[in-house]
Ligand binder design. Structure first.
Ligand code: HEM
Ligand code: CU
Length: 553
């Protein structure tokens, strides 16, 4: 997106496709925040579940909805819409096939429907990780598999569009935003092979009673093969905005284009061979592999540091151009009145803390202190729940006016929402981190646990979970009001272009290998083979497939 927004063509058909994805994404997020609020209130001693039955039949039914709607549906639909948009505008080339674009959307919706029916009907209360031997209705697995397959069609659609562009622009550097969007989908497509294998060879045949039983460890290993890179599938689109759009909003320019490319290529190669860091406590995987994944996890932290440096340098140069001074005080000179920028900069601030608690999770031995405690949701509400979600909300503050042609309905409400999310999340997540250190388990209806009475330390902190969530939830209502009213009631035309940052240092003169695909894909493949090959081969060849399924809800 290096060209100024006004010069870009308007791709009306692609805009419509993006809007369709956004509508579904926002509905999912709404279900996600309502169920989240119920959980947090339950922790604070206010049990509303009897009031919402039969819609939500138990805490765990709600928690399954919360996880699936937030991290599988909200993210995937938003990303598919947003990156399609980013790619066509950055390449200044229409989608190679609109039919393929809509086919991907149609398949994704079909998959979502098939998943949603058992999920809403309490036939798939297996949480968003659907670990066997908990056993859901087969439609749940089939539907999610269709959603994954739909993301492959998005990959195909974007790469075909890229091929068209490449044929017309031989020798040119791929525009940064498109390059990053393609890497995101390429990475995810490789990563999703794990979950696809888990579904097709283990869970679906088992749920249909074609297999006598299943193997929890093999299933978990295949799940986390995809599950860790999934977090980068969520995060990289936020980074795309931070790299190629936020610098424009802050003062026009990205600090370094080649460094941005390097960080994404590192994500392409390092996002996948780290998934066993979710299985430190699983028996049956040799500790040397766990250790290797621990080291590689620290390696994949590096491109996030590059991102932090590059983006903060861009923000700083923008703020200084606006008269910012001092070592840190320049920060106050960012255009804080712009809700889109405010949302994304505050998302970055909380993300820094998420990175810190993530390093604790990643450490092979320290992990044992926080494993399966409330610390873990404390961590990922800062990452996917804020770095990603608040960034995506910030993006919609320009994208929805752009797509609808209507100015944001109420900028002040939008700004208030952003700050409420920030403050609410700071309180909410800090409380969960503390409760985790005090040993409080996650994934537990803690308010009705008999042992809560013996834990005065937890009781002191739990109300804060409720207060933080109240701010978050109030903020979300402000968000949805702003969006709905913008589309339904805003009478002012949107005078808005696509934020497209220029670059301080461009790619010219950087090594051409930074714009090639095969070398990086080969390195990624080799690392995956090394890090996963022996473990998966061993598990597959020894798997008894004998565990019976359980319905525990
Ligand atoms: C109003 C905002 C939100 C509130 C009050 C909230 C509250 C909660 C609470 C209390 C839990 C812990 C449940 C437990 O361990 O028993 C939880 C879990 C979770 N939340 Fe949220 N949440 C919110 C928004 C989000 C968002 C925006 C995302 C992601 C985009 C998200 C993703 C998750 C996930 C993945 C889990 C774990 C589910 C599981 O363990 O299976 N939440 N949430
Ligand atoms: Cu991970």
């Amino acid at each position: 997106m290096q060209s100024p927004p006004s010069a870009a063509l308007a791709f009306t058909a692609e805009n419509r496709l993006t809007a369709a994805y956004l509508i579904v994404a926002l509905i999912a997020l709404f279900v996600g925040v309502v169920t989240g609020f119920l959980q947090a209130l339950e922790h604070a001693g206010i049990n509303l579940y009897p009031k919402v039955a039969p819609l939500i039949q138990s805490y765990y039914h709600g928690l399954s909805l919360h996880g699936v709607m937030n991290v599988l549906v909200w993210t995937t639909f938003f990303i598919s819409g947003f990156l399609t948009f980013a790619t066509v505008y950055a390449l200044n080339t229409p989608l190679q096939s609109m039919a393929l674009g809509w086919a991907a959307f149609g398949l994704m919706i079909a998959g979502l429907m098939v998943t949603a029916i058992p999920l809403l009907g309490n036939q798939a209360t297996v949480l968003f990780t659907f670990y066997p031997p908990m056993k859901a209705h087969s439609a749940f697995y089939v539907g999610l598999t269709l959603v994954v397959a739909a993301t492959w069609l998005v990959t195909l659609s974007l790469f075909r569009t890229y091929r068209v562009w490449r044929a017309q622009h031989p020798g040119e550097w791929t525009p940064l935003a498109a390059f990053m969007a393609l890497i995101t989908f390429a990475m995810w497509t490789i990563a999703s092979l794990g979950i696809a294998a888990e579904m097709l060879f283990l869970l679906i045949p088992w749920a249909l009673d074609w297999l006598p039983g299943t193997d929890a460890l093999l299933a978990r290993t295949l799940f986390w093969f995809s599950g860790h890179p999934l977090v980068y599938f969520w995060l990289l689109p936020a980074y795309i905005s931070w790299y190629t759009m936020v610098p424009y909003q802050a003062g026009r320019r990205l600090f370094s284009d080649p460094m941005a490319r390097v960080s994404f290529l590192l994500f392409l190669t390092l996002s996948i061979p780290v998934g066993i860091h979710h299985q430190y406590a699983d028996p049956g995987i040799h500790q040397s592999w766990k250790l290797l994944h621990a080291f590689l996890t620290f390696a994949v932290f590096f491109p996030s540091l590059l991102t932090f440096f590059n983006v903060v340098a861009s923000l700083e140069s923008g703020a200084r151009a606006r008269g910012g001074r001092g070592l840190l005080l320049w920060f106050t000179r960012l255009p804080w009145g712009d809700p889109s920028l405010a949302a994304q900069v505050l998302a970055m601030v909380l993300f820094a803390f998420g990175g810190i608690s993530g390093l604790v999770n990643a450490s092979y031995n320290v992990n044992l202190v926080v494993h399966n405690t409330a610390w873990v949701p404390g961590h990922f509400h800062l990452t996917v729940g804020t770095a990603v979600t608040l960034t995506f909300m910030g993006i919609t503050y320009w994208l929805i006016p752009y797509l609808s042609g209507r100015a944001l309905w109420n900028r002040h409400l939008a700004l208030m929402q952003v700050w409420l999310w920030f403050i609410g999340m700071a309180i909410f997540s800090n409380s969960l981190h503390r409760l985790g250190l005090l040993g409080m388990p996650r994934r537990t209806m803690i308010g009705s646990a008999s042992y809560l009475a013996l834990q005065p330390d937890w009781q002191g902190v739990l109300p804060l979970v409720g207060w933080g969530a109240t701010l978050l939830f109030t903020g979300s209502l402000g968000y949805f009001t702003t969006i709905v009213m913008t589309v339904a009631a805003s009478r002012q035309p949107a005078a808005i272009g696509i934020p497209a940052a220029e670059v301080l240092a461009g790619p010219e003169g950087a090594p051409r290998i930074l714009d090639r695909w095969w070398p990086w894909l080969v390195v990624a493949g080799l690392l995956i083979l090394l890090a996963y090959g022996p473990t998966i081969a061993e598990l597959v060849s020894t798997s008894p497939l004998s565990a019976p399924g359980y319905r525990v809800w």
